[in-house]
Write a protein that binds this ligand. Structure first.
Ligand SMILES: Nc1ncnc2c1ncn2[C@@H]1O[C@H](COP(=O)(O)OP(=O)(O)O)[C@@H](O)[C@H]1O
Ligand SMILES: [Mg+2]
Length: 239
């Protein structure tokens, strides 16, 4: 990453977009202090995060990466591990599951919250990718962190579920700051500000309206994606 300068104000919902390999996940890992920058600094308020206790910093951040862990443990533990001191608090786990939409999936399992989410165990069950994403979202909800980073958390959700989640994201995370990485432009347009990454650099940033008016990279990708849904098919008809 080079020439990256971005500012995230408390309480904002910031979206990060860009093509595969543009550096979105890397930037998220830098913010979590999983990587240290070779040059420059990342500051939380005025403090350089390289100089603070990494454990304390990480407790202040709830993050779901694209390749989040699927623990071969119970549904309760898969959510509760987001806030390890609450792993035995079923009411807290359930509340997080209700918010992420995982609750109906879990209650339908043979042993509910005590079902092991792995088919290798007796009465264990695997979940679909979309259902796992709801479990991962609950894992982020349960952690009472001021900064929430969601790295393509909804790529496997169906369009209605994704729309419902994004329209509720502000209500879900009231008072928290959210950095959202997504490929779906229809959902990132609601963010307060959008940063567009390209080849490890910030190509442009602004609100959806500003970026559309600028007619740059974002506008091109947005229009391309929108056209795929609205234009009549011109290619060969599959029959
Ligand atoms: N740990 C790493 N060390 C070196 N290069 C990496 C590492 N992780 C990712 N990359 C490379 O950095 C680039 C950006 O990756 P990534 O941040 O995962 O992109 P995105 O999330 O936007 O798809 C890619 O070219 C990727 O191969
Ligand atoms: Mg990524």
């Amino acid at each position: 990453m080079r020439d990256v300068s971005l500012r995230i104000d408390a309480g904002e919902v910031i979206a990060l977009v860009g093509e595969n390999g543009s550096g979105k996940t890397t930037l998220a890992k830098l913010l979590c202090r999983l990587y240290l920058p070779q040059q420059g600094a990342i500051r939380w308020d005025e403090t350089d995060t390289a100089a603070v206790d990494p454990d304390g910093l990480r407790r202040s951040i709830a993050v779901i990466f694209q390749d989040f862990l699927h623990y071969a443990l119970t549904a309760r533990e898969n959510i509760g591990f987001g806030a390890i001191d609450q792993v035995d608090d079923l009411a807290a786990v359930r509340a997080a599951a209700v918010r992420s939409g995982a609750e109906p999936v879990i209650t339908a399992l043979p042993n509910g919250y005590d079902t092991i989410l792995s088919p290798e165990f007796a009465d264990g069950r695997d979940l679909s990718i979309g259902q796992w994403q709801r479990v991962a979202l609950a894992r982020a909800f349960i952690r009472d962190a001021p900064l929430v980073i969601l790295d393509e958390p909804t790529a496997a959700l169906d369009p209605r579920a994704e729309h419902d989640l994004f329209t509720s994201i502000r209500a879900l995370y009231t008072g928290r700051t959210v950095l959202l990485i997504s490929h779906r432009y229809s959902t990132v347009r609601a963010a307060d500000r959008i940063y567009v990454l390209s080849d490890g650099r910030i190509a442009e940033h602004g609100s959806h309206e500003q970026l559309m008016a600028a007619a740059g990279h974002y506008a091109e990708l947005f229009t391309l994606q929108a056209a795929a849904y609205t234009e009549p098919t011109s290619g060969p008809v599959l029959s």
